[in-house]
Design a protein around this ligand. Structure first.
Ligand code: NDP
Ligand code: GDR
Length: 374
């Protein structure tokens, strides 16, 4: 960590032109330890960027998704540095901004779990809504508003109750959770700073994207981890909430490339990234079990619904109402036409490949844990 005394937020004078500044390729990422932060860091280091990440102090290690990049870095001679910070701490954000002097900022940090946001509504608002404002204001405080390009991690949760599908940049919003409402503020404050201060600030309205690095409490990873553990005899049954929800699931690696592309345009705009395909949670379960050769047979309805192994009749899936949300988003389906046309962005991984990759990665890691314990 830098000595704070050496940092003077207002000392950035005689900056080169915004175009020259952009050529410096210095990125600042909030949420660097998360799923997307790790893939984005990989991408930017590959592209020759100097990458700086904001990391929260934790009593246990929270860098498992990015540790490999420090090893890679010594090989590649790239610069990757972490700075302790938090989106709830404006002073700290100003100091980091002044020290790093980034050309691109990716605001990925968030309390990102929708169900948790009902339990921690105020905190979620503080970090996801006001945190975005704090980061944007840190840019202005340091006099970098004409130079920095800013990406805001907006979300398909903004659409919430909107039942018209597919959803695109022109679809109105109707968020259904404290998380969605906080992100709505983040969306608008980003747009407002673009209009008010002429900042290069973009919203990526991203639909669900997953990977083997997805947090384990999100439904896809919870399923793939359980499938692996059930197949190794470490878990008996998978308990889920609403099996009728439908989502547009893509691969996180494809989506971080879209984020980067948004910051390489002549003018800042907002873009939807999605696959254009929608699947039930139930379908994800079926596909995941199929990877280990198990066909799921469903019976019952609502909270009584169960999924059995069609060969053995063993119950593998049950519904537990504790995983239901006070207000649910039933269906999300994106139309990424604008991103495809303007950014030349195209998702690569399809649904089947995504599920397979996640189950196989969990089988691998679950097996190695068994071996470690033997
Ligand atoms: P993760 O939950 O995996 O990562 C969230 C990151 O934010 C972590 O690095 C976390 O740190 C950090 N963080 C949490 N609270 C704070 C805080 N107070 N100050 C600073 N950092 C904080 O999310 P994803 O990588 O999946 O998503 C990235 C962003 O994109 C999030 O903003 C999310 O809301 C948004 N999004 C995600 C989508 C998805 O499908 N994945 C879709 C649309 C939007 P720590 O590791 O210490 O917990
Ligand atoms: P989501 O993702 O809420 O869409 O937010 P999540 O994987 O948590 O839920 C998807 C759907 O699955 C249903 N579901 C369950 N969800 C969880 N977590 N656990 C369960 O046991 C379970 N059973 C059924 C949910 O009710 C929901 O309908 C994610 C996050 O990454 C956000 O940060 C991001 O903005 C959006 O995606 C786009």
């Amino acid at each position: 960590m830098a000595s704070l005394a050496k940092i003077t937020p207002f000392s950035l004078r005689n900056l080169p032109s915004p175009a020259e500044w952009h050529e410096r390729k210095v990125a600042l990422i909030s949420g660097v330890t998360g799923q997307d932060g790790s893939y984005l860091t990989e991408l930017l280091l590959e592209k020759g960027y100097e990458v700086h990440g904001i990391i929260r102090r934790s009593s246990s290690f929270n860098t498992s998704r990015i540790n490999h990049l420090f090893f890679d870095m010594h090989e590649r001679k790239n610069k990757f540095e972490l700075h302790h910070g938090d989106l709830s701490d404006s002073t700290n954000l100003v100091y980091i901004m002044a020290k790093v002097q980034p050309s691109e900022i990716y605001n990925l940090g968030a309390q990102s779990h929708v169900k948790v946001s009902f339990d921690m509504a105020e905190y979620t608002g503080d970090v996801d809504a006001l945190g975005t404002l704090r980061l944007l204001d840190a840019v202005r405080t340091c006099g970098l508003q004409d130079h920095v390009r800013f990406y805001q991690a907006s979300t398909s949760e903004l659409y919430g109750l909107v039942q018209s599908v597919p959803q695109d940049e022109d679809t109105p919003f109707y968020p259904r959770s404290p998380y969605g409402v906080a992100k709505l503020y983040g969306f608008w404050i980003t747009k407002n700073y673009r209009e008010a201060y002429n900042m290069y600030a973009c919203n990526g309205i991203l639909f669900n994207h997953e990977s083997p690095r997805r947090g384990r409490t999100f439904v896809t990873r919870k399923i793939t981890r359980a499938v692996a553990d059930i197949s190794l005899g470490k878990q008996g049954c998978l308990y889920l909430g609403n099996l009728d929800a439908r989502r547009d699931w893509g691969h996180a690696r494809d989506y971080v490339e879209g984020m980067w592309r948004m910051l390489q345009q002549d003018t800042p705009e907002d873009f939807v990234l999605a696959t254009g395909e929608m699947h039930y949670v139930r379908e994800f379960v079926e596909k995941a079990f199929r990877v280990i050769g198990v066909e799921i047979k469903w019976s019952g309805k609502g909270v009584e619904e169960i999924g059995k192994d069609s060969q053995t009749d063993r119950i593998l899936v049950r519904v537990d109402p504790k995983y239901f949300r006070p207000a649910e988003v039933e269906q999300l389906l994106g139309r990424p036409t604008k991103a495809e046309r303007v950014l030349g962005w195209k998702r690569r991984a399809d649904f089947d490949a995504l599920v397979k990759e996640m189950v196989e990665a969990d089988l691998e890691s679950s097996k190695s844990l068994v071996e470690d314990h033997n």
